[in-house]
Design a protein around this ligand. Structure first.
Ligand code: NA7
Length: 535
């Protein structure tokens, strides 16, 4: 297995329960994956904490307390360590062992695995849990390497970096940028927020969980997880069956005000169904949110730059924010609109700009790249994965991913993807999504073991059908029409190129049913080869 994050740890525990001969390797020096790497100030999830945990062990559910409605990175990392210690997982994990290549041997029916330190392993089956946002990307700006101060990506924030009293530039205003900007604004000397595309944000509504609340949550876990399993994305929020056009404008505004005062992703996951599917209702909702931004940001010119014009609310990942807009009312914070004044050069002192607006240079001590990831397929592209007949996975996916149920790829036998492109796990409240896949994989592993199956490969027609289905399902949502990592647009795609179906947006319940159908019918989408008698 590869990857000791939320997904890999869960699968490891389940396979050890089966007494499988399993080794988990990870490039990092300790466990946690995303939560090990993303240590930037303000980093937290925007899933309700009590839903962002494994559901299978009632003992562990009763033992663990969450301190906040939306826990910060250190608490989540502590949770994963607690889980690993409770189930004694560490002896089965090798750290500092990044996988550089995977090469299939058809003669031996094994994967040859090479690691960053040159060591080699052989595995009958490889299960990938390498993450979908684990390959960070940097802008390409002339002179970047000459910067004399500290330059960091949010994904690689060093533990000892303290920005207090420093002049800081943050490039990027996605979910990570919004968090780090809000967290550091009051303690830096000067903060420059360099925004290319404006991104929608809505209040996260974070706060402490009291011991009484925690006791109540603990008593309702069965009900909570059942509810999450029935919502499309595994969150507690569920799209309203009511359409925005079924109610009066006064009722809509009252409802939206309530959602805005609420917490979590309710504003886009729990809104009237048509607001995420129909341009008209979405435009009205977007204008409602824009008005809230204008109320919160004092300078109308700044507010206008912060309001996205190229996509509607909720059609890209919305940033859960806690005072983000108010940051721009501070004297020490300046918003730089990169569309009007693009960065042309990075010098040892800081950033230089072009454009008609003639922005003077900015000298800084720290540059924070909050520029996101080569999402979903990037982590796979960075490993040289060579399947049958020398076929490389990155070549097979060069025009976008093709998968069978998001778990396998034809030409790559015995390689299972637990969280990757076109999987229901990738677009969900992560622990909820990955438990579905891990449950399915664990059951399949039992069958593989019991029946002496030595080779599993997806059928080409099943793969084509699933990929077409993902494109079809996704195309019904406005999300498929905006430029975002969900559609592969962070890969510098030409605007006219067809969107890539990076994630499956059909929802957890449908995905779970499809996986269950596979196991109930003897895995018809896969070619199963059994060992010959006596072998
Ligand atoms: P995102 O959401 O991909 O955001 C990246 C941000 O960086 C976004 O504002 C981009 O602007 C900006 N960006 C990217 N490249 C550049 C360059 N070259 N110059 C200037 N600005 C740039 O990544 P995050 O890390 O914030 O969030 C990723 C996910 O992590 C998030 O969805 C959550 O699920 C957790 P753009 O909008 O492309 O113009």
């Amino acid at each position: 297995m590869v990857g000791a994050g939320v997904c890999g740890l869960c699968q490891l525990q389940r396979l050890l329960e089966l007494d499988a001969d399993v080794l988990l390797v990870d490039a990092n020096s300790d466990l946690g994956g995303t939560w090990y790497k993303n240590r930037y100030p303000g980093c937290r999830f925007d899933s309700e904490s009590y839903t962002y945990q494994y559901s299978f062990s009632s003992e562990m559910l009763q033992e663990w307390d969450w301190s906040e409605r939306f826990a910060a990175q250190p608490e989540t990392l502590a949770y994963l360590n607690y889980f690993a210690d409770k189930f004694d997982l560490r002896p089965h994990i090798r750290f500092d062992s990044g996988v550089t290549s995977l090469t299939w041997s058809e003669d031996e029916l094994v994967w040859n695995v090479t690691l960053t330190d040159g060591r080699a392993l052989r595995a009958r089956f490889v299960l990938s849990a390498i993450g979908i946002l684990s390959a960070p990307t940097y802008p390409r700006i002339p002179g970047m390497e000459t910067f004399a101060g500290t330059a960091v990506h949010t994904f690689d924030w060093p533990e000892d970096l303290d920005v207090t009293g420093k002049r800081v530039a943050v490039i990027g205003t996605g979910a990570s940028g919004v968090q780090v900007i809000t967290a550091i604004a009051s303690r830096v000397d000067q903060l420059y927020v360099l925004q290319r595309g404006a991104n929608w944000g809505a209040p996260l509504g974070n706060g402490p969980i009291s011991s009484d609340e925690m006791a109540d949550l603990r008593s309702r876990y069965d009900e909570i997880f059942k509810w999450c399993s029935e919502t499309p994305a595994g969150f507690i929020h569920r799209p309203d069956r009511v359409l925005s056009t079924d109610v009066t404008r006064e009722e809509r505004i009252a409802h939206w005000n309530e959602l805005y005062r609420g917490s979590g992703a309710g504003m886009y996951m729990g809104n009237y169904r048509d607001t995420m599917m129909e341009p008209g209702p979405n435009a009205e909702l977007s204008e409602f949110i824009a008005e809230r931004i204008r109320e919160r940001v004092h300078d109308p010119r700044v507010a206008d730059i912060l309001i996205p014009k190229d996509h509607g609310f909720g059609t890209k990942r919305v940033a859960g924010e806690s005072g983000y807009y108010e940051v721009f009312n501070q004297d020490n914070v300046e918003l730089v609109d990169l569309k009007a004044t693009p960065v042309t050069e990075i010098t040892p002192e800081g950033l230089r700009f072009g454009g008609d607006a003639g922005r003077p240079p900015i000298d800084v001590d720290v540059i924070v790249y909050a520029t996101g990831f080569d999402a979903v397929t990037g982590p796979f592209d960075r490993i040289d994965i060579v399947g049958e007949d020398g076929l490389r996975l990155r070549d097979k996916w060069s025009a976008g991913p093709i998968t069978c149920l998001g778990v396998q790829v034809e030409g790559f036998p015995n390689l299972f993807i637990l969280a990757g492109p076109q999987s229901g796990s990738a677009s969900a409240n992560f622990p909820r999504g990955i438990e579905d896949v891990v449950n399915w994989m664990t059951e399949f592993a039992t069958v593989i073991n019991a029946e002496g199956i030595v080779r599993v490969e997806a059928h080409a027609d099943a793969e084509a059908a699933w990929t077409a289905h993902v494109h079809d399902v996704n195309s019904r949502l406005l999300m498929s029409k905006t430029k975002s990592w969900f559609n592969g647009h962070n890969k510098n795609l030409d605007r006219d190129e067809a969107p890539r179906a990076m994630v499956y947006l059909g929802g957890g319940p449908k995905y779970r049913r499809r996986l269950a159908e596979e196991s109930a019918n003897g895995y018809p989408s896969f070619e199963l080869e059994r060992a010959s008698v006596g072998a």
